[in-house]
Ligand binder design. Structure first.
Ligand SMILES: C[S@@+](CC[C@H](N)C(=O)[O-])C[C@H]1O[C@@H](n2cnc3c(N)ncnc32)[C@H](O)[C@@H]1O
Length: 383
């Protein structure tokens, strides 16, 4: 994905593409983006002209890669502002009320919301990125950590590192309610009460739950009407704040680190861990956000990082595992297909192990028993 879009260039095309692929899932965004595309393409009258100019001014210096970047950024920024401003905001009923009122997502309200806005709306449009933090994806380490023998406080020590961690909320997944079962309804076994000696989050643009503005942004990036998801996010933010304040435990640490620097940071982490530890580096829904050359480099660098933990003197270090929860190659169709995501584990010396398929916000997983057994045997070998 190359950053090909700047300012308002081809905004209408991107808005319509998003509507075609995902609009049915969020009717209020579908409606508002229809209006936004029309307003940007042909502003009618001075108010709409001014609205278009303000949007253009916010984005003039920005470059966007993915077609959904601008439509969703506009929606999240308006939702953040409608929430902050309260019931008097022209789009409050549409974007901030529960349930959202689709009929309130009018072109006039959009034009008013863009022109009559405080600078903070434009700051969000000019500087923020749409960034969620979906805690149902903590299964990417909680389950593999169980399989690798890290459950219980007498088990081998565990370190986790979340690449593209957003606010790092998945680092404290063991403080949240378990959500996962297999297709037969059996709860997935998770590492419970593990001896977690390090929780490291890396992100190019991390959000900080101790900053109110970042919390407001995380909440604004949840789609209107997704009440249960918002409640889960709020509980996770509380749990993260509690973890940061908890005495006697290594607190989760979130650092500003690009994926290109992640393997070096993981190398430093591995060097600081006890030799009997398991170090699970994982990433959830990050790959699609990387330019294709970075994506390839990162995949190769992570394989080299895994191999660095075996052979020679370095062989004495912790067991290295890399888990990816990403869209499966055939999963990104824009339409609803069952189980579009793949949970893939990598350990040195074996090919990728497709542990399970699942949805974007996984609660039901479909494990592959053979891959699970191979993974458990490989990671148990050094116990
Ligand atoms: C869709 S979010 C997923 C966040 C989290 N992993 C989850 O599943 O909830 C993608 C994350 O990748 C991060 N990201 C994008 N490009 C990155 C890069 N080059 N290096 C590090 N992080 C990046 C973004 O900042 C964002 O937090």
């Amino acid at each position: 994905v190359k950053p090909t879009r700047k300012g308002l260039d081809r905004f209408e095309e991107d808005a319509q593409a998003w509507r075609a692929g995902s609009g049915a899932r969020v009717p209020v965004y579908d409606r508002l983006l229809e209006e936004a595309a029309a307003l940007v393409a042909a502003p009618a009258g001075p108010l709409e002209q001014a609205a278009r100019e303000r949007l253009d001014a916010a984005w003039r210096e920005r470059r966007f890669s993915a077609p959904y970047d601008r439509p969703l950024l506009l929606m999240a920024a308006l939702r953040a502002e409608a929430t902050r401003a309260g019931a008097g905001h022209p789009l409050h009923a549409a974007l901030a009320a529960d349930p959202p009122a689709v009929g309130a997502a009018t072109r006039a309200a959009l034009a008013a919301a863009l022109t009559d806005a405080p600078p903070r709306l434009h700051a969000d449009l000019a500087t923020r990125w749409v960034q969620t933090n979906e805690t149902s994806r903590a299964v990417a380490w909680l389950w593999p950590a169980y399989l690798a023998g890290c459950s219980g406080d007498r088990a081998r020590p565990l370190a986790i590192a979340d690449i593209g961690c957003s606010a790092g909320l998945n680092l404290i997944g063991d403080r949240l309610s378990p959500l996962w079962s297999d297709a037969g309804g059996q709860p997935l076994p998770l590492a419970v009460g593990a001896r977690v000696v390090a929780r490291l989050g890396l992100d190019a643009r991390p959000l900080d739950v101790s900053r109110d503005g970042d919390v407001a942004w995380l909440r604004a990036c949840v789609w209107p009407g997704e009440t249960a998801r918002l409640a889960r996010l709020d509980r996770a933010i509380e749990a993260m704040r509690a973890a940061l304040a908890a005495p006697g435990e290594p607190p989760p640490a979130v650092e500003t680190v690009d994926v290109r620097a992640a393997p070096a940071r993981l190398e430093a982490l591995a060097a600081a861990l006890p030799a009997d530890a398991v170090l699970i580096a994982y990433q959830t829904v990050v790959r699609e956000y990387l330019p294709s050359d970075v994506r390839d480099q990162h995949a190769a660098a992570m394989q080299a990082w895994l191999a660095g933990g075996t052979g020679g003197e370095a062989g004495a270090g912790p067991r290295r595992v890399f888990v990816e929860l990403e869209v499966a190659p055939e999963g990104w169709t824009g339409s609803e297909i069952p189980n579009p995501m793949a949970l893939v584990a990598h350990v040195a010396g074996s090919g990728p192990l497709l542990l399970a398929r699942c949805g974007y916000h996984p609660t039901v997983l479909t494990p592959d028993p053979t891959a699970v057994a191979v993974f458990a045997a490989a990671t148990a070998a050094d116990r």
